[in-house]
Design a protein around this ligand. Structure first.
Ligand code: PSV
Ligand code: MN
Length: 388
């Protein structure tokens, strides 16, 4: 696409969802470094998401994690979000932080624990009904640490049964996104370890079940853009959890480790029609900002996705197709490299000015005094942290 007006229209339409949990304190298993000005409840996390949206203009929704974002009245939380200028996006059930889940949640050998996990998943669909959320974003920490610990096959059967129960409960405009992860916390075998397993379960469930690709959840060297192209073509790419990694599931800012990989992913999205609203691909962030300030890190992350998308939109698709048809290996590759090498910052600055935004959202945030304001206001109470 070389028409800049069309590129800007596509960028305006692309929405990037922030994760409520990225606004809270987080860390590694070695240390959680507390920061000042951290939200103390779900309402203040929504305020922070609204701040990211105010400066970027393209982050109008925030994913919640239950029970980390548990409130007495979800309709009130949804109303609060609307008034703050955002909406509640994906609902993420948490079936991994209870002592009962030591041997897994929906794959647990104990039927009572499985029931408890399914009940929580169903409770999250109830929350979606109230908040108007359309995505139930399911990630299961289920798996095995040792060979022989449990039957891999039986666990698949339990998984199938639980997912089917939840799938049946989904409303007409709701869908289930099934996230996979190679390892961690299970170190020997994970019950949904890869996109193939997730895809197979989604196929069995029905059209409202789609695969969620968390970019940090693969073995090193995995060609993620292949997965994206495949799933998109089959109508089963539900969305992303964007982040970047150097080693495992590092949850660093998307685009920080490998902007070229992010670009390649976005090229497949653009070429496969994944930016069209009808494709239903949810662009969500799933990150932890352990040592850096959280709001500017999330603003930067949104901008990184936008930059990669802008470059992907600048790929000269006619030249690409011609080179591909003619077997011009180097020519085809050069078309992609040219787009990747383009400095899209002026185009994005222009777009932001047209949207009534500051062309440099990170600088604008720092100038705004917002960080100082929340630091002064948010004293007392318990800062949200990994968990709550
Ligand atoms: C698991 O590593 C994961 O990617 C899932 O999406 C969780 O919901 C999220 O991280 C938060 O810990
Ligand atoms: Mn994730």
């Amino acid at each position: 696409m070389s028409d800049h007006t069309a590129v800007k229209a596509a960028l305006r339409a692309q929405h990037i969802e922030t994760p409520s949990w990225a606004f809270g304190n987080s860390g590694t298993r070695f240390k959680v470094f507390a920061q000042e000005g951290i939200p103390r409840d779900a309402y203040e996390k929504i305020d922070d998401a609204a701040t990211v949206h105010r400066f970027t203009g393209v982050a109008p929704s925030v994913a919640v994690h239950i029970p980390w974002d548990k409130v007495a009245d979800y309709a009130d939380l949804a109303r609060y979000a609307r008034e703050a200028g955002v909406r509640i996006g994906a609902v993420n059930p948490n079936v991994f932080q209870d002592d009962d889940y030591r041997l897994g949640s929906v794959c647990n050998p104990d039927p009572a624990v499985r029931r408890k996990a399914v009940d929580h998943l169903l409770e999250c669909v109830d929350i979606m009904d109230v908040t108007g959320s359309r995505e139930l974003s399911v990630w299961l920490a289920d798996g095995l640490n040792y060979p022989g610990q449990d039957s891999i096959a039986d666990r698949q059967a339990r998984l199938e049964e639980a997912l089917a129960t939840v799938y049946e409960r989904l409303g007409e405009h709701q869908r289930m996104l099934l996230e996979y992860k190679l390892f961690e916390p299970a170190f020997y075998a994970t019950d949904v370890p890869d996109w193939g397993t997730s895809y197979a379960h989604c196929l069995e469930l029905g059209p409202k079940a789609q695969v969620l690709v968390d970019t940090g959840h693969h073995a090193p060297g995995t060609n993620i853009e292949f997965i994206v192209a495949f799933l998109l073509r089959k109508g089963r790419l539900g969305g992303f959890h964007f982040n970047s990694r150097f080693y495992a599931d590092d949850d660093l800012m998307v685009g920080a480790a490998d902007p070229y990989q992010l670009f390649r992913i976005m090229v497949e999205i653009v070429l496969g029609g994944g930016l069209d609203a009808s494709a239903g691909v949810a662009f969500m962030l799933d990150q932890c900002h352990n040592i850096e300030p959280k709001i500017p890190a999330l603003i930067r992350s949104v901008l990184n996705v936008q930059e990669a998308t802008a470059k992907a939109l600048l790929v000269d698709t006619d030249a690409l197709r011609t080179a591909q048809r003619e077997g011009d290996v180097l020519g085809a590759n050069a078309v992609l490299v040219d787009a990747f090498s383009t400095d899209v910052r002026p185009l994005l600055a222009e777009l932001r000015e047209e949207m009534g935004l500051d062309p440099d959202p990170v600088a604008a945030y720092h100038r705004s005094g917002h960080a100082e304001k929340i630091r002064a206001e948010r004293v007392g109470g318990t800062a949200a942290g990994w968990g709550a």
